[in-house]
Design a binder for this molecule. Structure first.
Ligand code: PGA
Length: 255
């Protein structure tokens, strides 16, 4: 597919979810070694470990030219919110990105798009770039509602004042996450172009917002997925846990 007009630097993001211990630093060092000190020219790599590992991984990631991100944040700066972490606290330990609205948070914690928007506003105020996730369930997909659902989530989750260089969007069909199933290339392309059009009504330079695809991305399918028009990177769960597999995905972004 034609990617010649793509102005964007692809972003390959790893979401470790609730996985990893301090000893997992070895996996990060293995990835750094494979990358030979820095990501391939023109590609940005991001790793979002659990909160407990942010500081532990920070220096090794920085040395390898890999950005650091978190998986969620609270919408307040500080205060009486037992068990929560604020965007400012994430920024304080070196995070530059934060994933928001992942379907596992929407489902497990009942988060809705208006809450995601508050969190995204907090992230921006703290100097973080939100990676806002949208995606349909299998039932919604079967009912032909994919476009309606993802565009609705996008509009409701986006802060009022948003600029192309302070936002990453991720399309993650809920049924594709951790399932080994992915939509067809054509389906992914259609959803991404629909999201791009929706962005056009919200900000000046919609073509400059990176829209990632997430859901069962592997070293085996990455080249095909990353070659689809309007796919500007990947949000990778399970396959980001092993250096070998994650490296395979990063290498595929070179095209
Ligand atoms: P997966 O997860 O790559 O394991 O399917 C993706 C995600 O949830 O971000």
């Amino acid at each position: 597919m034609d990617k010649t007009a793509a102005p964007l630097r692809p972003l390959i993001a790893g979401n470790w979810k609730m996985n990893g211990r301090r000893a997992s630093l070895d996996e990060v060092l293995r990835l750094a070694e494979k990358l030979g000190g820095r990501p391939p020219e023109g590609t940005e790599v991001l790793l979002c470990p659990p909160f407990t590992l942010l500081l532990h991984f920070r220096d090794a990631l920085a040395e390898a030219g890999i950005s650091l991100g978190a998986q969620d944040c609270h919408w307040e700066e500080d205060g009486a919110h037992t068990g929560d972490i604020s965007a400012r606290q994430l920024h304080d330990v070196g995070a530059r990105y934060v994933i928001l609205g992942h379907s596992e948070r929407r489902q497990d914690h009942g988060e809705d798009s208006s809450l995601i928007r508050k969190k995204a506003e907090a992230a921006l105020a703290a100097g973080l770039v939100p990676v806002i996730c949208v995606g349909e369930t299998e039932t919604e997909r079967d009912a032909g509602k994919t476009a309606e659902v993802v565009v609705g989530q996008l509009h409701d989750s986006l802060p009022e004042d948003i600029s192309h260089d302070r936002l990453v969007l991720a399309y993650e069909p809920v049924w594709a996450i951790g399932s080994g199933r992915t939509p067809t290339g054509e389906e992914i392309g259609m959803v991404h172009s629909t999201l791009r059009e929706a962005l056009a009504s919200r900000l000046d330079k919609p073509d400059f917002v990176r829209i990632l695809y997430g859901g069962s991305v592997s070293a085996g399918n990455a080249a095909d997925i990353l070659g689809i028009k309007n796919v500007d990177g990947a949000l990778v769960g399970g396959a980001s846990l092993k250096a070998e597999e994650f490296y395979g995905i990063i290498a595929a972004s070179r095209g």
